[in-house]
Structure formats: C-alpha cells, structure tokens
Design a protein around this ligand. Structure first.
Ligand SMILES: Nc1ncnc2c1ncn2[C@@H]1O[C@H](COP(=O)(O)OP(=O)(O)OP(=O)(O)O)[C@@H](O)[C@H]1O
Length: 450
C-alpha cells in the first residue's frame, strides 16, 4: 500500500522531530524543512501529498510559502500551524487557500483527525475533477430522429425542476448515462457535481461504502475513512446506473435517504444529510422485478416520478449516420490519425445490423476500425463477423458470443475481482492489473462500469 508523504515545515527543530516521529508511527512518510525556501526545493524534488506549514518562519514568511505552494501545486492540501494567539492569521491563511489550520500546542489525535479529513477531501476533489472532466469530454446527446427530438424536449422540461426524480429506461448502451448527464447540465444544479455509480459493478458491501461512505476499519480493506458519492453529489446530481441490481438491504437504506435526505456511513453512529437530485436507470423491467420480489415497490414509486424511455438504436436508423460521423471524427482526433470513411455498401451492412449493444457497440466498432485501418475506406469484409449474415445467422445474432463479447466479459470479471480485493480502491485495483490509473478509468468507462 502506498503511504502518504507529508512535508513538515517548521523552524522549531524539536517540534519537527517529535511530529515526524509521531507521523511515522502512524504510518506516514515524512520529510522536513526548516525554512520556506527549503520546503519549495524539497517539493520540486519530489511531490508530497500534504504539507504542514508553520506560519512564522525565518526568511520567507509562511503566507508567502503558502502562496507559492498553491500556485505551483494547486490541489495540494496545506495545513497551517500557528502559535497560540495567532488564530486570526491562521484564518487569513485558510482564506488564502490553506486547507485547514492547527494551533500549537495540539494533540496528536487532533493532527491525525485533520490529516484524515484533509486527505479524504483531496480524494474527493480528485474524483470531482475526474467527473467534471468526464462531463466536459462528453460528446453531448447526438441524434435528430423524431424519437430523440421528443426525448430532448421532455428532458428539458424535466431538467428545469431541480429535484424531480427521473427513471431512465432503455437497453444497455442506448445512452442512459448521456441522458442523465444532459439532465444535470440543463438543470439549475449544473454547477454542482454529476456523480455516477453503477450498482452492478461492485459487491453489496462496497456499494454501500461507495454510496454512503465508511468509517476507517468498518469493513475489510477500509484502511481509511472515506466519503461517499452521496456527499460528493451534494448540490448536484447522483446517477445510479442499473438500479435494478441494487441489493434489497441497500434498497431500504436508499429509500430512507430519498424520503428523509439523511444517511449513515458504514460503521458510523451519526447521520449526515445531503441535497442531491437522483436520476436512476435500468435496462430491466423494474415492474417485473417488483413482481418477482427483487425490487421494493415503495422504492420503485419513489424513483419513478418521471419516466423516460430511450429507444434502442435499431429503432432510430436516422441517428446511425449522425452518431457514426461524430464517433469517427472524435476517434480520429483521439488517435491522431485521419478518419476512416464508410462507403455506401458498408453503411448498408451497418444499417441492416440489429445493434444488440446499441450506441456503445457502434462506438466500440468505430474505435476498432480506426485503430486497425486508420484513414482507410472500410470495405464490408473489414467489418467483424457479426456484420456478415450467413445461413441462419440473422437470428443467431443475439445468441452467439463473439470473441469481443467474451473478452469484455473476462475484462469485467477481472476488474470486479480487483476492485473487490482492494476494497473498491481504483488506484490499487489498477496497480494490481498492471495498468495506469488513467487507463483503468478509461477501461471502466468503456465497459460502462462507472
Ligand atoms: N445519443 C448519444 N449521443 C452521443 N453519444 C452517445 C449517445 N448515446 C450513447 N452514446 C455513447 O454510447 C456509449 C454508451 O452510452 P451510455 O453509457 O450512456 O449507455 P447506457 O444506456 O447508460 O448503458 P448501460 O445500461 O450499459 O450502462 C457512451 O460512450 C456514450 O457516450
């Protein structure tokens, strides 16, 4: 497990020594500097996860160091340490960008508590930036078929209300996540966070912790206290994909949150509140799930204030060309190559296809064609085998498992396993699978797991 690096900056040497000792005991790596200038040199050499910064330093003043650190390393949490009676200055420092402050003398517990909350906040900020980035990358809702236009109109009416709950229905890959994001962006909550969770991607206990947060040690693998997505979505929108997969025990807890606006992190004794708009999606019939006793009827009614259905791609042929153009262009940009072209004879094949994986499948196809045949005119025989109707194959389309589907299943399984083993920790899961965090997130995105 990676240990957090803490940089201690204080000119009082005995204080630095005892703090370093205590923090090392608590499992952190520490480095120390006695002046602001040294601190900046150390930071330039190797990044830190957190800085403890004395306000009064010889030479460069603590406030100046703070200004440099926040300018050079935005997002790096800085906790100011002020002498007794210097609280005003400490508050000024917080206004100037410090994350928090401590007044000397302080108890070790106090320090550890503040580090816990700060690093957790840093994790949340990272997640938020990630989600913002995702929203910014989103291609928006493409499609001018009648069905999509009607959907767009309803969507805007729905979005105008800040709290109205929406249930999105549609097969896998039809764009439910895109529609959910569009609702958020068109709503008065657009400045808040848009946070997604896929209820099918994680085992029961981890979804609860992911949703509501958890105290340190609340379950195996919970090495740190963590905040939940519900608190991350405060003031914004929480999108629950595949809500039909939410385990029954959690359905009760989620219903309580919808009704009362409060929740309790795993292992916590006190409740928290959050103001979120909930958009849920499912590719199963929830009515059937209710009849089969797998989904609570009361939760179904709570979620289903407004219902929007996104038709499958095969029922909106007019959108195919538009989506194709959009994806071809975007993929070429991403790969840094010339776009592929689709001649009429190839387009015909695409139009005749049933698209069981809907828009996601189309997007994946474009990705694959662009990588394999950059800048080329794609002949029909360059399409994967499912596009070649052979004897009886039209009806087989939905039942045969292509190599691609098989690989995708294996990928999903391995990812799920890695997340389970690492207590839902994405960086560690990525490490376990030998991937960079960034590549891992892209994979999760592509598989629709977040
Ligand atoms: N109308 C659309 N315009 C642009 N991109 C779209 C559209 N619909 C879907 N996509 C793209 O297709 C992919 C799948 O969409 P999305 O993840 O929203 O599907 P979903 O219905 O939520 O799927 P699942 O039920 O499997 O989670 C995404 O990459 C998304 O960006």
């Amino acid at each position: 497990m990676m240990r957090s690096q803490i940089l201690i900056v204080d000119d009082e040497k005995s204080f630095v020594r005892s703090m370093a000792f205590a923090l090392n005991e608590a499992g952190f790596h520490t480095r120390s500097a006695h002046t602001g200038e040294d601190a900046l040199t150390l930071l330039a050499d190797e990044p830190a996860d957190l800085v403890l910064l004395d306000l009064r330093l010889p030479g460069m003043h603590g406030m100046e160091v703070l200004a440099e650190v926040t300018r050079l390393y935005p997002g790096l949490p800085v906790i100011m340490i002020s002498a007794h009676g210097d609280t005003r200055a400490a508050v000024q420092a917080v206004k100037a960008g410090a994350t928090d402050y401590l007044t000397k003398p302080f108890a070790l517990d106090e320090l550890l508590h503040i580090i816990d909350t700060v690093t957790d906040r840093a994790r949340m900020q990272e997640e938020l930036d990630y989600h913002r980035q995702r929203s910014a990358n989103a291609s928006g809702l493409v499609g001018s078929s009648q069905a999509m236009q009607a959907l767009w109109q309803t969507l805007q009416r729905v979005a105008a209300s800040s709290t109205g709950r929406v249930l999105l229905l549609g097969e896998s890959g039809t764009g439910k996540a895109v529609v959910a994001r569009a609702i958020h962006e068109q709503s008065p909550r657009a400045d808040g966070a848009f946070v997604e969770i896929n209820c099918a991607a994680l085992p029961e206990q981890l979804i609860e912790a992911e949703l509501f947060g958890a105290e340190k040690g609340a379950y195996t693998g919970a090495h740190q206290k963590r905040s939940g997505l519900v608190s991350l979505a405060h003031g914004g929108t929480l999108f629950l994909d595949e809500i039909g997969e939410l385990p029954l025990s959690l359905q009760a807890k989620f219903l309580h949150f919808l009704e009362n606006g409060d929740y309790r992190p795993v292992g916590a004794t006190a409740s928290h509140t959050a103001d979120v708009r909930v958009v849920a999606a499912t590719n199963r019939s929830l009515e059937e799930e209710v009849r089969a006793g797998r989904f609570r009827e009361d939760l179904y009614f709570r979620l289903n204030v407004i219902e929007l259905t996104i038709p499958p791609l095969r029922e909106r042929g007019e959108d195919l060309q538009e989506l194709l153009d959009r994806f071809i262009e975007a993929q070429a940009r991403e790969e840094g190559c010339r776009p592929v072209t689709i001649p009429p004879e190839t387009l015909e094949r695409l139009q005749a296809y049933k698209w069981p994986g809907n828009v996601r499948e189309l997007r994946n196809l474009v990705e694959r064609l662009t990588i394999l045949h950059p800048g080329q005119r794609i002949r029909p025989d360059q399409l994967p085998h499912e596009f070649h109707p052979g004897p009886g194959s039209a009806s087989d389309q939905a039942t045969t498992t292509s190599l691609e589907q098989k690989l995708e299943q294996t990928e999903r399984q391995m990812i799920r396993q890695a997340l389970e083993q690492t207590g839902g920790h994405k960086s560690k899961a990525a490490e376990q699978l030998g991937m960079s965090r960034h590549a891992f997130k892209r994979r999760l995105q592509r598989l629709g797991l977040i």
